[in-house]
Design a protein around this ligand. Sequence first.
Ligand SMILES: Cc1cc2nc3c(=O)[nH]c(=O)nc-3n(C[C@H](O)[C@H](O)[C@H](O)COP(=O)(O)OP(=O)(O)OC[C@H]3O[C@@H](n4cnc5c(N)ncnc54)[C@H](O)[C@@H]3O)c2cc1C
Length: 397
Amino acid sequence: MKYDFAIIGSGIIGLTLAFKLKQKFKNSKVLIIEKESDSISHGSGRNSGVLHSGIYYEPGSLRANLCTNGVKELKEYVKTEKLWIDECGKLLIPTSKFSYSNLENLFKRAKNNGVEIHKIKNNEIEKLEPNVNCQFDYGLHVPVTAVADPKEVSSSLIKNLKKMHVDLQYNTKILKIIENKLITKDYAIEAGQIFNCAGQFADEVAKKSNLRFRYSFLPFKGKYWKIKNENFKLNHLIYPIPDLRYPFLGLHSSHNRYGDFYIGPSSTPVFGREQYKGFFGESVSESLSIFLNFSKKIIFNENKLRSLSVRELSLLTKQGFFNEIKKMFKNIRADELELSNQKIGIRSQIFDPQSKSLVNDFVVINQNYTTHVLNAISPAWTASFAFAEYLIDQAKL
Ligand SMILES: Cc1cc2nc3c(=O)[nH]c(=O)nc-3n(C[C@H](O)[C@H](O)[C@H](O)COP(=O)(O)OP(=O)(O)OC[C@H]3O[C@@H](n4cnc5c(N)ncnc54)[C@H](O)[C@@H]3O)c2cc1C
C-alpha cells in the first residue's frame, strides 16, 4: 500500500490534520490508521468539550499561539456544520489567598495573548451565578470560551473526510516505523510523510521508530462527578484561578447539550496509559515502570509532585472532593454528587528529566519521514485546526 500521507491515530489531531492536508493537497492520497474501532475511545472523546480562549499559556508558547488561533477555526467549523455549541463564556473564581494572588498574573497573561478578559466584582458574579461562591473581591470573565460536543465534532469530520476520499482504517495498530514504512501485524504501508498523532501512545510510537528523546510518560487520570440535583444550573463555565506553573486547570464545571452538569476533572497519577478503571494498566512491565517513575518523583518532590499527589489523594473520597468544590460552588450537597463511570480521561502528559518538571507545552519533533506530536495535552482539542496547520508547516511540505 502506498500513500502520500499516513497519519497514526484518528483523535482530533489526526482528523483535523487529514482535513487540512486534503484542503491543501487536493489530489493527495491520505490514510489514517487507528488501533480502535472508532475515533473517540481516548482523549478526543473523553474531554470537557471546552473551546478554550488561550488565557493560561505562556505568551509565545505553542499552546498560546495554537489555542488562540485554533479556537476561532473550531468555532467556525462547528457553526458552518451546524453542530451544537453553547457560547456561554467562562468565570474564573479565586478559591484561596494563593489563587487570588494569581488573578493579576492571569489577567495580564490573557491580555498578552490577545484574549478579551474582564475583572468582575464578587457581587456581580453572584448575580450572574447564584450557585457560585466568590470569597474574594474579584473574579475574571472570559466571554469567548464556549462548549461543544467532542463526539459530534469527530463524527462530522469523519463524514467530511470520507467525502474527501481519505482512507480511515480502524482496528489496525502500528507496531513500528522503519524509514517511510509503517509496520502493522499483517502488512507494511509506505508513505511520503508520516505523522504520529497517537495521543497517549505517541511517545511509545516515537520510540518504535527509533527516535531518541529525553522525556518519560506520566499519565494523570481525570475523573468527573455528576451533579444529580436537577435544579442546580450554571449559566457560564466556572473555573478556579489555577496555579500557572502546572498544566492542570483545577476542578471546574462542565456541561453538555442535554443539560447535565459535571465537576472535574481530577489529576490523579495512574500507572497505565489507557487505565480508565483502577490504577494499573494491561502491561505489567509498563505499569511497574510508570509506578517507579512516579514514586521517584514523589519521593524527591520533583516539580512539587508530592504536594500535588497528596492534594489529589484527598479528592478521591466524595467528602474530600466536596470540601474542595464548596470553595467555589454553593447550594450543592455532598449526597448530590455521583462519580461518573463514563466521563474519565487520561492526559498524554510527558515529564522532562532535564528541567525536572511536567512539560507545559506541546512538543513536535521531526525525524526523517515522520513528524511526532508529543504532549498533546489540553487545549489540543481546541487548538486542533491550527495545530494541524502547524504540523504541515513543520513537515515542510
Ligand atoms: C480529562 C480531560 C479533559 C480535557 N478537556 C479538554 C477541553 O475541555 N478542551 C480542550 O481543548 N482539550 C481538553 N483536553 C485535551 C484533549 O482531549 C486532548 O488534548 C486531545 O483530545 C488530544 O487529541 P489527540 O488526537 O492527540 O489524541 P487522542 O484523541 O487520544 O487520539 C489518539 C489516537 O491514536 C490511537 N493510537 C494510539 N496508538 C496507536 C497505534 N500504535 N496505532 C494506531 N493508532 C494508535 C488511539 O487509539 C487514539 O484513538 C482534555 C483532556 C483530558 C484528559
